[in-house]
Write a protein that binds this ligand. Sequence first.
Ligand code: HEM
Length: 188
Amino acid sequence: MLSNSIKEATKSAHQQLEVVVVKKLKAIRSHADYADLLKHFYSYFSTVEKTIAPYITTEVLPDYSQRRTSIYLKQDIEALGFSTQELPAAQAPEINSTIEALGALYVMEGSIMGGKIIVQMLEKGGITNGVSFFSGYGENTGRMWGAFTEVMNHHAPTEADEQKAIHAANETFSRFGDVFTSSLVANS
Ligand code: HEM
């Protein structure tokens, strides 16, 4: 089943990204620092969302409009008193099918799974504002994740489909890592 194979096959990419994000989290000393981290997430997630939009229709994922998309990240940045006018440059992975789009979305939806830990780390640093994205779906997080993985599995009946989703997910992790070494550009 894809939900099992993709977890295993992206484990190393997840760990690599986690190291980068944890380092950033530990260096947060102010709302400006936290807003800067959110800008990395917003720049990348909004770019990837545009790329997957033609494939993630309401037919594919009926509850997409209820999910934590980059709109929440933008709201969090603004709640902290900052704007999205200037953002780190971001490049989306290449996506040419629904199953690849679901592989990319797996990475973005999955970021909410570690969100609880992120919120706790922020709290320790005195930050409790602008956490709507990382707070995820609260007590519904497990249910929302289950609904998503069910859709993903349904769209990957063959081994070839699974490989496409896994490749897209690994690319999605890897390109996100690049954002943390990119320079600022005007938001278009
Ligand atoms: C501080 C940084 C992070 C920590 C500590 C962290 C931690 C975790 C933990 C503990 C889980 C398992 C949750 C569970 O099964 O209940 C998880 C799952 C996941 N995380 Fe992260 N994470 C971090 C950042 C990220 C980021 C930035 C992304 C993607 C952009 C991401 C993508 C995922 C995915 C896709 C899963 C689901 C794995 C699966 O069950 O298939 N994580 N993370």
